[in-house]
Design a protein around this ligand. Structure first.
Ligand SMILES: NC(=O)c1ccc[n+]([C@@H]2O[C@H](COP(=O)([O-])OP(=O)(O)OC[C@H]3O[C@@H](n4cnc5c(N)ncnc54)[C@H](O)[C@@H]3O)[C@@H](O)[C@H]2O)c1
Length: 319
């Protein structure tokens, strides 16, 4: 990659203005960067603009903004996909947040192959490897994985993961950029499906599905048990810190007793599949494990975000 990488990054293009793109754009704008938001759908761009306004209101209420809401909002411009060449003209960094469809992502990356050598392309994929997405690219060295967590404007961590041809410069620039915009980047040191956190949540979800399917706990009690014990600790004491507190000998003995008894299912559980068949998909369909009848999707998400913002304040203060 070229020397342009050592230049400061001022302008970021975000492709895909959905759930994740809106949060990613707000994070960059809050840190003072210009953001060009690109989407194939004009409606999606309009929803994104509205969502960002709602998120800015909440940040403001929690005193998490260093400047006026309008100053942050004005840094984001909105463009439809046919304006991609204009949107990427002179940009320093691209974040892809389109649907999790391999061919769609590859098609975009092929279009971006002609960008100047210093421009890095980061994919927010949650399940694809960079090596796989970069197949067919003329400039695979610029492609990197940058995995945000939903809601991306609030959750501090991002996972940075590379493919077998990703340039070290792309890694270094991405880590530095994430630190600069106030994120807590974690480097995934070997290419594995699911990176770090989706492997951990996958392992936990498998066991949760088992406990529910076997009638060992109700969904409501499971939420209380996790939030008030393991989860309560996790935001301030990570698993390794907690294991040091427990004692590694005690932890190893408990693992030896419990691991053989854990679920080793390789398919989603019947319980969750039945819910999906009934159209009970969660907040977006009005019912999942809980019933949201009578509440709008926006109001439920906003209430969730406000709980997370209280936690963000504590997290930021305790760092
Ligand atoms: N939703 C999550 O919780 C979450 C968390 C982490 C990572 N991710 C990953 O982030 C990516 C985006 O997920 P999302 O949940 O924001 O999806 P989404 O469906 O909410 O948004 C995707 C956006 O991309 C737009 N789009 C589709 N084709 C396009 C094209 N050719 N050019 C430009 N825009 C196009 C759509 O109009 C839509 O607005 C996926 O790779 C997903 O796996 C999602």
């Amino acid at each position: 990659m070229t020397a342009a990488n050592s230049d400061p990054i001022d302008t970021v293009v975000v492709v895909g203005s959905g759930i994740m793109g809106a949060g990613i754009a707000l994070n960059f704008a809050q840190a003072g960067l210009a953001v060009r938001m690109v989407d194939v759908s004009a409606d999606a761009l309009e929803n994104c603009r509205n969502q960002i306004a709602v998120n800015l209101d909440a940040f403001d209420e929690f005193n998490l903004l260093a400047e006026e809401k309008a100053q942050v909002a004005e840094r984001i411009s909105y463009m439809e996909s046919d304006a991609l060449p204009a949107a990427t003209d002179g940009c320093d960094y691209v974040v892809e947040a389109m649907p999790e469809i391999l061919d769609l992502k590859r098609e975009l990356f092929a279009k971006l192959d002609d960008l100047p050598g210093g421009v890095i392309i980061a994919s927010n994929t949650s399940s694809l490897t960079v090596t796989n997405m970069a197949a067919g690219m003329r400039t695979p060295e610029r492609l990197i994985g940058l995995h945000y967590f939903n809601p991306a404007h609030i959750i501090p961590a991002v996972e940075v993961h590379r493919g077998d041809r990703t340039d070290q410069t792309a890694v270094d620039v991405t880590m530095a950029l994430m630190n600069r915009v106030g994120k807590r980047p974690v480097l995934v040191r070997k290419e594995v499906p699911g990176f770090i956190i989706n492997r951990l949540t996958g392992a936990m979800e498998r066991e949760i599905d088992y406990l529910l399917d076997e009638g060992i706990v109700t969904p409501e009690d499971l939420d209380i048990a996790v939030k008030a014990s393991y989860g309560f600790r996790l935001a301030c004491l990570g698993p390794m810190e907690a294991e040091d507190m427990i004692g590694l000998d005690t932890a190893a003995r408990a693992s030896g007793n419990i691991f053989p008894k854990l679920s080793n299912a390789t398919d989603p559980s019947p319980g969750i599949l039945e819910k999906v068949d009934r159209g009970e998909l969660g907040i977006k369909s009005g019912k999942g494990w809980y019933d949201y009848t009578g509440r709008t999707r926006e109001s439920v998400l906003d209430a969730n975000n406000r709980r997370l913002l209280r936690q963000l304040k504590l997290f930021t203060e305790s760092e």
